[in-house]
Design a protein around this ligand. Structure first.
Ligand code: AHM
Ligand code: MG
Length: 355
């Protein structure tokens, strides 16, 4: 019962406002260890990068030098946008002189970027896609940033970062930032998936939802159907199946982070399959697909290439690509069944023809 002599304090609101990202990260660890402090500091720097990028995006149409292309092409052969360059540099800047992260690797840089003053104290590598879905920047639609944290192994700083060529289970943590009507940060350190909303008046990410879990099935399928003509028959069969059955609805924004966020909260499946000419698909494993696979598994969903769990894939190079099917367990399984049935039928047919 309330004590009439005490002021009435809106406890719930205050507790909520005080559950900031850094406090939440520290709560993920059993003790206030050096590791806990390091990871909490790393997450704080990522949050700072997110705030800087969010601020620039919100003024993009008003400031000079924010919209459009630079005229350069990145290591992927894609045209670079001014916002890609800015966001890539923001991540580098926030980690300089931090003693936290020795090495950064991003979609926009051919080779990993070493920060000598942070090594060897900082034994982590941060992999990131600074602006995911950057074709949306110029039309004021949602974009994102994706990140993945790995332990740095070995001291061979000048080589090809071969220690990063390991499966997705090796990630210590992963997450993304969605720059939409509000700026949302979602992360996992292997103990559930948690989301935070940026409160611009406080300049803090405040807890929105803890331990997010996906339903086993959802109505949404999210795929670029303009690629229909390039797909193998297995994906076409799946698409014809959803067209002919009640209960499915299509949603596709052109930015993986936004499309994945919808699936995470409401269930369903996102797919970016390979094509006949490019069986590895478009999305990059280490800083796009694997971090989201890490999150989806923590949220009781699944991520697959069609043949195996995405987290089991070992990339052969830093910018390796992989097909991605990600979302609710039953929906991912349905897509896999089309791919695997078709592959089995083709190999049986080939066996008959060649015998
Ligand atoms: P980007 O990181 O260079 O922006 O490319 C990745 C994006 C994803 O966000 C999105 O799912 C996909 O590319 C869209 O590609 P497409 O236009 O072929 O559908
Ligand atoms: Mg991307």
């Amino acid at each position: 019962m309330n004590n009439p002599d005490q002021p009435v304090i809106p406890e719930h609101t205050l507790d909520r406002d005080c559950t900031t990202l850094s406090r939440h990260v520290l709560q993920q660890f059993p003790s206030f260890s050096a590791e806990a402090q390091d990871i909490s500091a790393i997450m704080n720097r990522i949050a700072l990068a997110a705030k800087l990028i969010s601020r620039r995006l919100s003024r993009a149409g008003l400031m000079a030098g924010t919209l459009g292309f630079t005229g350069e092409t990145n290591v992927q052969g894609e045209s670079v946008k001014k916002m890609d360059v800015y966001a890539n540099e923001v991540f580098i800047s926030v980690f300089k002189q931090s003693g936290l992260v020795c090495r950064l690797a991003s979609e926009e840089m051919e080779k990993p970027y070493y920060i000598p003053e942070n090594c060897p104290i900082g034994r982590y590598t941060l992999l990131y896609d600074p602006i995911d879905g950057s074709s949306n920047v110029d039309i004021n639609l949602n974009v994102g940033s994706i990140f993945s944290l790995r332990q740095q192994e070995g001291n061979d700083l000048n080589a090809e970062a071969r220690d990063l060529l390991q499966d997705g289970h090796k990630q210590i943590g992963a997450g993304y930032v969605l720059y939409g009507p509000s700026t949302v940060l979602v992360y996992s350190l292997g103990q559930g998936v948690h989301s935070f909303i940026l409160d611009p008046s406080l300049g803090e990410f405040i807890l929105a939802e803890e331990n997010i879990t996906l339903p086993a099935h959802g109505p949404v399928y999210s795929v670029n159907e303009g690629n229909y003509w390039q797909w193998s028959e297995s994906i076409r069969e799946y698409i014809r199946y959803v067209h002919r059955h009640e209960g499915y609805t299509a949603r596709y924004s052109g930015a993986l982070v936004g499309d994945f966020h919808r699936i995470l909260l409401q269930g369903g499946v996102f797919l970016y399959p390979g094509t006949v000419k490019k069986p590895e698909g478009k999305l990059r494993l280490l800083y796009e697909s694997a971090p989201l696979a890490f999150l989806v598994e923590q949220a009781k969903g699944r991520a697959s290439t069609g043949f195996q769990d995405l987290l089991d894939i070992v990339p052969d190079k830093l910018h390796a690509r992989s097909p991605l099917i990600i979302g609710s367990t039953e929906d991912v399984q349905l897509v896999e069944s089309f791919i695997q049935d078709w592959t089995r039928r083709v190999s049986e047919q080939t066996a008959v023809t060649s015998s």
